[in-house]
Design a protein around this ligand. Structure first.
Ligand SMILES: [Zn+2]
Ligand SMILES: [Zn+2]
Length: 289
């Protein structure tokens, strides 16, 4: 399967692919590369430089250098693996796994391959449950609820453009996109202080405002701003949630997150300029096939 934008951002990749290692592949110590995986590998090495036949037929030509991605050490180390077309018609492209060489993902793990910004070919693997956590939406917008509460004291919507604007700031060397709390306030008022997942969700009255306590969440998370030319901090992309649903958007298991994202999506026709799949992928709600 092809890398989604958030994978490219996470791995600093130009493009990549991933899939689940089957039990059979693990026991046979070989992976048959399909679709995007095969395409990426062929583009990188060049079809003619991949040996046709058994590894023993041409040991030198079969051996290819990859860079191994380490999650613990945050560095890349070279790893040499055999890659061949076992059949003369080149119908299958096979990569051999080898514990002794340093690359042997287990059955059920997600293995991935990508081209990084230095144009290395990088390979790695991760347990599926950890792979699914890569899409965990950051918590920055949990931190700005306090600011929203303070801005809410007027209880009146702010007279500002609902389209928002893109404002980059540099925070400790990291680029972050700023949110305008006034837009969030306008969303809460517009949603009449009801949870957009289910208006019957109850919270409590906030001490500062004496209004029901609700939070603002960006349906397409702000950290993907660089993939868009229009501001993500706009009224249509902001949703009003009860604290429970908001936490779930960030921390729930994938199936439940997907359910929440789709419920919001269908209630928000303004967001139909994107497909549900486009949006769900930012939450890592992708079925791994
Ligand atoms: Zn949020
Ligand atoms: Zn709710």
């Amino acid at each position: 399967m092809e890398f989604k934008p958030f994978h490219n951002i996470f791995f600093k990749a130009l493009n990549g692919a991933y899939s689940r290692v089957t039990t059979r592949e693990y026991f046979d110590s070989q992976i048959t590369l399909t679709d995007n995986e095969a395409e990426l590998v062929i583009n990188y090495f060049g079809c003619d430089s991949i040996h046709v036949g058994s590894v023993k037929g041409n040991i030198d030509k079969s051996l290819k250098k990859f860079m191994l991605f380490s999650f613990d050490k945050n560095l890349l180390e070279p790893v040499y693996l055999n890659l061949v077309y076992p059949k003369s018609k080149k119908t299958e492209l096979r990569l051999y796994l080898a514990q002794s060489r340093g690359y042997k993902p287990k059955g059920g793990d997600i293995w991935f391959i990508f081209i990084n910004q230095d144009h290395d070919i990088v390979i790695g693997s991760l347990e599926e449950k950890n792979w699914n956590l890569l899409g965990q939406v950051d918590n920055e917008d949990l931190e700005y609820q306090e600011i929203i509460e303070n801005s809410l004291i007027t209880k009146k919507p702010f007279d500002i453009s609902p389209k928002g604007r893109i404002k980059k700031i540099n925070s400790n060397g990291r680029i972050i996109y700023q949110r305008d709390p006034r837009l969030a306030v306008n969303r809460l008022i517009l949603s009449n202080f009801k949870c957009e997942i289910d208006p019957s969700h109850l919270t409590f009255l906030a001490q500062k405002t004496n209004l029901p306590f609700f939070e603002a969440h960006h349906l397409i998370p702000m950290r993907y701003q660089n993939l868009f030319t229009t501001p993500l901090d706009n009224l249509n992309n902001i949703i009003c949630l009860c604290p429970n649903c908001h936490r779930a958007m960030h921390h729930a298991v994938i199936n439940y997150k997907y359910q929440l994202v789709s419920q919001i999506y269908f209630k928000r026709p303004e967001m139909h300029i994107y497909t549900l799949v486009d949006i769900a992928q930012f939450y890592n709600c992708i079925e791994i096939i």
